[in-house]
Design a protein around this ligand. Structure first.
Ligand code: PRP
Ligand code: URA
Length: 209
């Protein structure tokens, strides 16, 4: 079964509080999501392999380490996942970015895929699926199935806030996928919203509604 990692770093938790606050406006919300995505990227890249490199410091020759060049792909789920991409690219600028377009039907809560465009070499990349919200898990589950159908082998899922219901769906359907969250919330309400949550992530990021 995939592990759930809740990233309890104080900076992440502090910023998440203001992301959740309904008095936080669109501009600040967007900036905070970008910052938290960058901090989460720092945590999620802890496993990246290193290789030896010899350099000359101003004082002497030194054996040091650099990234071994593992190929990474970021896969935001449109539209809200886009809000986390730039923050992650600040730390991993060489990552390729693929897009999966899904929207959740407000009545049935079932996801509908309307767009997909991926790097041609996803089979060789470690993919990080990004979406601020893991609610029923339907959207992330569909996105991961779509990636696997196209040959993806290594996938991780990164969300700001998850509900236990969504975590269970991903763990059952994709036991090979680890989940990284800034917070694991209590449950879903009768409309499929995460509580306490942060509301509709896409609407708050883009000022729609
Ligand atoms: C939201 C969110 C996730 C999905 C989570 O997207 O960004 O993609 O709902 O819910 P689930 O786990 O129950 O599937 P939404 O469908 O509102 O689309 P948007 O990003 O375009 O606003
Ligand atoms: N999608 C959101 O944007 N927020 C939720 O709480 C659930 C699904």
């Amino acid at each position: 079964m995939g592990k759930v990692h809740v990233l309890n770093h104080p900076l992440i938790q502090h910023k998440l509080t203001y992301i959740r606050d309904k008095h936080t406006g669109t501009k600040e919300f967007r900036e905070l999501v970008d910052e938290v995505a960058m901090l989460m990227a720092f945590e999620i890249t802890r496993n990246l392999p290193l290789q030896e490199k010899t350099i000359e410091t101003p004082v002497m020759e030194s054996q040091t380490q650099v990234l071994a060049g593992k190929k990474i792909g970021l896969i935001p789920i449109l539209r809200a996942g886009l809000g986390m991409v730039d923050g992650m690219l600040k730390l991993i600028p060489a990552a390729r970015v693929g897009h999966v377009g899904l929207y959740r039907d407000p009545e049935t809560l079932k996801p509908h895929e309307y767009y997909i465009k991926l790097p041609s070499d996803i089979k060789e990349r470690e993919l990080i699926v990004i979406d601020p919200m893991l609610a029923t898990g339907g959207s992330a589950n569909d996105a991961i199935h779509s990636l696997k159908k196209r040959g993806a082998k290594q996938i991780r899922l990164m969300c700001l806030v998850g509900a236990p219901e969504g975590v269970e769906v991903i763990q059952n359907e994709h036991p090979d996928v680890d989940i990284f969250l800034a917070a694991l919330d209590e449950k879903l309400d009768e409309h499929g919203y995460i509580i306490p949550g942060l509301g509709d992530a896409g609407d708050r990021l883009y000022g729609t509604k």
